[in-house]
Design a binder for this molecule. Sequence first.
Ligand SMILES: O=C(O)C(=O)C[C@@H](O)[C@H](O)CO
Ligand SMILES: [Mg+2]
Length: 382
Amino acid sequence: MKITKLTTYRLPPRWMLLKIETDEGVVGWGEPVIEGRARTVETAVQEFAPFLIGQDPARINDLWQVMYRGSFYRGGAILMSAIAGIDQALWDIKGKLLGVPVYELLGGLVRDRMKTYSWVGGDRPADVIADIRRLRAGGFDTFKMNGTEEFGIIDSAAAVDSAVARIAEIRAAFGNEIEFGIDFHGRVAAPMAKVLLRALEPYRPLFVEEPVLAEQAEHYPRLAESTSIPLAAGERMYSRFEFKRVFEQGGIAIVQPDLSHAGGITECVKIAAMAEAYDVALAPHCPLGPVALAACLAVDFVSHNAVLQEQSMGIHYNKGGELLDYVLNKDDFHIEGGYISPLPKPGLGIVIDEARVIEASRNAPDWRNPLWRHADGSVAEW
Ligand SMILES: O=C(O)C(=O)C[C@@H](O)[C@H](O)CO
Ligand SMILES: [Mg+2]
């Protein structure tokens, strides 16, 4: 079998799908994208096409190594997202060819269902209580929200109190009937992370995500020493070679590689195994589309240390497109009581609605994240 064509489709709300065709008619789908840089990743995917066309899609490991090691400059968000989407599509092809789900190719299920959570509150996490009530009615009991709005390198007691008050309100409303992660989203710098973690401690969040920016990873061990709250990170780390330093230095209790940013299934299943060796939990990052989620689940269902799966249904970013818009069978992702079942179909386990994808790609918006500024006019982390 040989790869014959790569076609990319940029789609609302801010996603991109990749279709890889072969000379035997088997087609694989991937989701190579960096939110806000879809066109850049699209170019990176198309730069790999001349090498990939004519290759045997079954040789996933060799194709991955060539895409990673074959270019002198390697790694980073753009290249690892391009490789991720291509890798996902290759696993989809292999599973379809052999008539089995990808998790069977990776050794079979370690669990019968995967716990997931829902985002609440949006970019400026004001009233999350109503969101939580609505989603609890749908069976979710685990949530994630942003912890702050713009936050200074050094900020006021009032800013800390405002962030904490919202969390206190949630615990007051729901007690221990729900769990929630708090995403600092890289908005909090090291000096204030310790202050905020200390202030949030009484409300026992399930985890705090990106307590500082990934480029400040050396702070993780010290921050972990300062709090009992489990720290989580990983959406802005793009390969084993970035995660290994985090494992070695300690401090992160939950790693969150993104299956569409960190080299795909081939790379993330290795990151998951490294995490297990360090007694670190896995909770793949996935604010993206259906192929990215299906790829996450392929890794979740073969990883003993997988504990939580992010999914984007109803997430505040999904303006103009939703998770199930581009799959033919809306029951592909069967969520019951906050748990997702394994996807039983061959390959990644979903059937893409190609007509809908082509239609929606005709005038896909170029999504950009907002540019935030502090009161003094300086750039604020979004
Ligand atoms: O889902 C998360 O945990 C996020 O932090 C959302 C962020 O990754 C946006 O997708 C960036 O555009
Ligand atoms: Mg996050």
